[in-house]
Design a protein around this ligand. Structure first.
Ligand code: MRU
Length: 350
């Protein structure tokens, strides 16, 4: 395998946030060098960086850049507010902003240290949840995934793809079916790119193909990430996940949701309370400059949907696995104390 993919970095020599521009993949690997949290907010809104944990890390680094360039606590608080609102559904964004905000009074070094800790902990969380989730996959499993919940969507390693990577590292020759994930094509462009880069077999499907392949017995498990998990286990994830979960239930296939604990939002009681980002219909009707619907016909673009907890077989976090009933299971994981994630070896499943 190649050098681990880490799409969000901080360069403390010139206080810039370096982002692998995900709008350009798979054709071009170009890195943005952003000098302020305002530039990072723009990159988040325009999907240069995307994926719940990755936008949290990018936002934290953006505030570190502001702090190291001399912004005072009042200015930082204003910038934090702006960043937290850049995208509404992924709770990791507001969570990371809140976490670095607590260090604003201590100066730039402290803010950067907190941002680095968020980055390091996220990658460690992905590796641990990957190790915990890998045994769920039968030998040679054909894993269907949606969107990109890989290294590109996190600090590194990935959540859903973290489980895939950990399974492969453990000697399980799993293969991946990647929904293309219209309209931004995270599956076709990003999941396929990063798995090919790591030599993990991947086949791209259009979003409407999953049901038929399930009916033909060509899928063993659905493994996806999450943007926010409510207290009752309802899961917000990329639009299309709900449909896959309904299809999986019909075909008696397991649906595993992989997410770091920072995606679990115990302040949100259920999926109905999760804000769903509505993006411009133009992103649906114009793809790469090509108009694919008649001019003047409107399009909808809810960017996420909510999969009810009842359709989820297990939620895999670095703290352990949760299974239904999710309320008490997540509460128990929330109480789980112990050493920081960076010190904790992969242990028994809770
Ligand atoms: O709009 P995006 O690409 O930011 O949406 C990302 C997803 O829905 C991912 O599946 C989710 O954030 C999990 S990423 C580990």
């Amino acid at each position: 395998m190649k050098e681990p993919l880490r799409p969000v970095r901080y360069d403390d020599r010139d206080d810039t946030v370096r982002l692998l521009d995900q709008r350009e993949l798979p054709g071009v690997e170009s890195w943005l060098a952003l000098r302020s949290s305002a530039e990072v907010a723009d990159a988040i809104r325009t999907l240069a960086v995307r994926g719940a944990p990755a936008i949290g890390v990018a936002a934290a680094f953006g505030l570190a850049a502001d702090a190291r360039r001399g912004a005072d606590a009042a200015a930082l608080a204003r910038h934090a507010e702006l960043l937290a609102r850049a995208r509404p559904t992924a709770v990791n964004l507001a969570w990371a902003v809140r976490r670095v905000s607590r260090r604003f009074g201590e100066g730039g070094e402290a803010v950067l240290a907190e941002a680095q800790a968020i980055r390091d902990e996220d990658e460690a969380a992905c590796r641990r949840l990957g190790a915990l989730g890998a045994p769920l996959l039968p030998p040679g499993a054909r894993v269907l995934t949606h969107c990109n919940a890989g290294a590109l969507a996190t600090a590194g390693y990935g959540t859903a793809l973290g489980i895939v990577r950990a399974a492969v590292e453990a000697g399980n020759a799993v293969t991946v079916l990647a929904d293309e994930t219209r309209p931004f094509f995270q599956g076709a462009r990003l999941t396929a790119w990063e798995l090919q880069r790591d030599g993990i077999p991947v086949t791209v499907l259009t979003d409407g193909m999953a049901g038929w392949l399930m009916a033909r017995g060509e899928v063993d498990a659905v493994v996806v990430g999450a943007d926010r998990i409510a207290r009752n286990g309802d899961v917000a994830n990329k639009i299309g996940t709900y449909g896959l979960a309904v299809l999986a239930a019909h075909h008696r296939l397991p649906v595993y949701v992989a997410a770091p604990w920072s995606t679990v939002d115990r302040d949100t009681p259920d999926g109905g309370a999760i804000p769903i980002e509505e993006r411009s219909g133009d992103e649906v009707t114009v793809i790469g400059g090509l108009r694919v619907a008649p001019l003047g016909v409107p399009a909808r673009y809810p960017a996420f949907d909510v999969t009810p907890a009842a359709l989820v077989t297990a939620i895999v976090t670095e703290r352990g696995l949760a299974r239904a009933p999710y309320g008490p299971a997540l509460e128990a994981l929330g109480r789980a104390q112990g050493p920081g994630i960076l010190d904790r070896p992969a242990g028994p499943i809770v």
